[in-house]
Design a protein around this ligand. Structure first.
Ligand code: MOS
Length: 741
């Protein structure tokens, strides 16, 4: 629970961090949290079903909807011939991918296998789905561009996600390689992956004649408004987005995708509310995913096990007309010191569903390959892989040379080694079963993005936060409640948090691990502003007085001495302002510290596995992570999030693989029966620990990002444990049992 003794005596929150239960938990378990598809507009929504292209690339020459239109319950069949007018896909070019037009059914062009070519709208889902099977599409087919070897990826991406440069280097790489005693020259491959959020993408759109109300599942609300308005050539003030509950996003809901635009087109065309809820199979084609990668590395170390050279070259696909490339080499640039470092990224434009951020873009699969290769060079140098990592810790950013705002990776390893029992571990054989142990670094960029929030105090002493920030399962409702409760020393029950409505001040949204620090800092600033306002109304300088809530009263006391200065009822105080409540708005943005310092969250990942040498089965026995991400805002939600990330790591190492049919670019295994993600039985013991080191250069709250940290390195720790168990190195993920045999 919140610490009742907390005051605002200084701007740095000291009591945030307790493992408060999720404040939205009861609503969720009672089914009272309304997710996008569950929203009921004034009138029962019609159901939309998408007709997807069955060729990878080409042009629609004819489309016959007459049979579909004749079916019972069918209200309309939208195609590029009758859909409302939109700005062409990808325009305006300079707006960036989250605000550009995401037009659907706007021309005869087919962009990928499964690309929507028609939308059937009917009274019921079943009617729409059946009628969709009767839409006849004639096409001119072209051969798809796919990435089938690293040599084909030659384009230099404009920039990488997170604002990184495509190429970065430091030192003389050739000379550094020559000095190496142990040299590893390897290519790793990671497969196509999907975000696999629990809640499939959905949208209910309703047009009231002026405003378009869009109930959708999206991570960032403000840019969604802009993307929808841009696409439909509407004024942004006439687009209202609601996303109060999001059942996971993992990057696949950062932007506006097919189902949302299609539902909006349907609502505008029919002037009736339209709901599109994707089936799981449709999610694989209509939501963005992660491309496969080839990662070529040459790593060298000298006779003392010091890294001389780190060269990392990444090759990946990029979707046509969609500027997004993963910073796969970010870890190679940021984790260890070396005499020389060189990192490049090359892409090939392909005809596939959109490629976008997926669960720690860059670092998730970058660390899978890089931290495996680091293990290879450690073993080749005959040095314990944990010792090797500690010996190569950087004291400043290895490429930019900037100082770290804080950096506790070494402590994470030292603490983790103790907690895991690294020194006492014993690789063992028991019949067919071999045990092995692995370790890896987790290093993830810390970002802040502009974020605003409103805070209001009403006469009954309750405080309300309003911001368009989202809670994608991460715990935003809870931590924002804690920040306010702690600042004023009031019970969490007195605080309400209203999220996900575009009518509220624009926030960072959730993504890139920046959500909690960005939106939380804006809420902390709002608390400070409200305190100032209270002091002013009471006739005191905010610099000299601290405020505290006691029942329906506000008590001001002298800073330092704590001597009571004044006390008044909240109602009286608000009365003085002439309004029915006291409201403030605050916004934050990254400051100079984000330019002047290298900011990273870090962690040490440990794993123990058991490999059956007869069946090839790999079981994860336990995973342990020690993480440093500044101030931890809520130990319970943070532990869940990091543990969840570590589970995704097991998925990357051992299971996940979206298979592409090379003839037509279609995905073959579009469900969870065939696209395997870890379930309870696949995971052993998980432990999450923290080295807590508040970092006020990273954010006003002292927190750094954790959302994507748990995923980073966890897969490599498992892969390294597999090699430790059976002495074989697998360089093509996932490590499935057919490869082990
Ligand atoms: Mo994240 S993969 O930027 O939601």
């Amino acid at each position: 629970m919140a610490n009742a003794n907390a005051t605002n005596a200084h701007s740095k929150v000291s009591a945030v961090g307790q493992p408060l239960n999720r404040v939205d938990g009861p609503l969720k378990v009672q089914g009272k949290a309304t997710y996008a598809a569950e929203y009921l507009p004034s009138q029962k929504p019609l159901a939309g079903w998408i007709v997807g292209a069955t060729i990878p690339r080409g042009t629609i020459t004819a489309i016959d909807t007459t049979e579909a239109e004749k079916q019972a319950g069918v209200k309309a069949v939208l195609t590029h011939l009758n859909a409302p007018s939109q700005l062409p896909f990808g325009q305006p070019e300079d707006k960036g991918r989250f605000k550009q037009s995401r037009a659907m059914l706007n021309d005869a062009k087919i962009r990928y296998f499964g690309f929507p070519v028609a939308l059937v709208i009917a009274d019921t889902l079943e009617q729409a789905r059946y009628a969709a099977s009767l839409v006849a599409v004639s096409t001119d087919e072209e051969a798809p561009n796919l990435l089938t070897s690293p040599e084909e990826a030659r384009d230099v991406p404009e920039s990488l996600d997170g604002g990184l440069e495509a190429d970065a280097s430091m030192g003389e790489i050739a000379a550094a390689q020559q000095r190496a005693q142990s040299l590893v020259n390897v290519t790793y491959q990671t497969p196509t992956q999907v975000s696999a959020a629990m809640e499939p993408h959905a949208c209910v759109a309703e047009f009231d004649g002026t405003k378009l109300h869009v109930h959708m599942s999206v991570q960032v609300v403000a840019s969604a408004v802009e993307a929808i308005a841009t696409t439909l050539k509407m004024e942004p003030e006439n687009v209202v987005v609601h996303s109060p509950y999001v059942g996971g996003g993992f990057g696949s809901k950062l932007g506006v995708f097919n189902e949302t635009i299609l539902a909006c087109l349907g609502a505008l065309h029919l002037n009736q509310p339209v709901r599109i809820a994707l089936s799981r199979r449709q999610v694989f084609k209509n939501a963005p995913h992660r491309g496969h990668s080839y990662q070529h590395m040459t790593l060298g170390s000298d006779e003392n096990g010091a890294l001389t050279s780190i060269r990392h070259n990444s090759y990946m696909p990029m979707a046509r007309d969609y500027q997004f490339a993963e910073p796969t080499g970010a870890g190679a640039r940021s984790t260890y010191r070396a005499d020389a470092i060189s990192s490049t990224h090359r892409v090939k434009v392909v005809d596939s569903p959109l490629l976008d951020s997926t669960r720690a873009p860059g670092d998730a699969i970058g660390s899978l390959a890089f931290e495996s290769a680091i293990d290879e060079v450690a073993r080749k140098s005959n040095i314990d892989p944990l010792t090797f990592r500690i010996n190569n810790m950087p004291d400043k950013h290895p490429v930019s040379g900037k100082p770290f705002s804080s950096h506790a990776l070494k402590q994470c390893f030292e603490e983790g080694a103790k907690k895991f029992g690294w020194a006492e571990r014993q690789s063992s054989t028991n019949g067919n079963k071999r045990r092995g142990f692995g370790v890896a670094s987790a290093v993830r960029l810390n970002m802040i993005t502009p974020s605003a929030a409103q805070l209001s105090l009403t006469a009954d002493g309750s405080l309300k936060v309003s911001t368009d920030m989202t809670d994608i399962g991460t715990g935003t409702y809870t931590i924002l409640t804690q920040i306010v409760s702690d600042y004023f020393g009031i019970d969490t029950a007195k605080v309400t948090v209203d999220l996900g409505h575009s009518t509220s001040p624009a926030s960072s949204g959730s993504g890139g691990s920046f959500g909690a620090s960005s939106s939380g800092s804006s809420v902390l600033l709002a608390c400070e502003k409200l305190a100032q306002k209270v002091c002013q109304l009471s006739g005191y300088k905010e610099s000299s007085a601290a405020i505290r809530f006691a029942d329906e009263r506000i008590v001001l006391s002298e800073k330092g001495s704590g001597k009571e200065l004044a006390a008044s009822s909240i109602a009286t105080l608000i009365g003085k302002s002439g309004k029915d409540k006291l409201s403030v708005e605050a916004s934050i943005a990254p400051g100079d510290d984000h330019d002047n310092y290298a900011q990273f969250s870090t962690g040490a990942q440990f794993a123990e596995v058991e490999v059956d040498t007869v069946t090839g089965e790999i079981r994860v026995i336990r995973q342990l992570g020690v993480f440093s991400a500044g101030k931890i805002l809520n130990h319970k939600t943070a532990t869940s999030q990091l543990g969840g990330g570590m589970i995704w790591g097991a998925g990357y190492a051992l299971m996940e693989n979206l298979v592409t049919d090379q003839r037509d670019g279609s995905f073959i295994n579009c469900d969870f029966a065939e696209y395997h993600i870890p379930v309870n039985r696949d995971i052993g013991d998980i432990e999450v620990h923290f080295i807590e080191e508040p970092d006020y250069k990273a954010s006003k709250l002292g927190s750094k990002g954790i959302g994507e940290l748990g995923i980073t390195g966890s897969g490599a720790a498992i892969a390294n444990a597999v090699t430790d168990a059976i002495g074989v190195r697998f360089r093509e993920f996932p490590i499935t049992l057919d490869k082990v045999l």
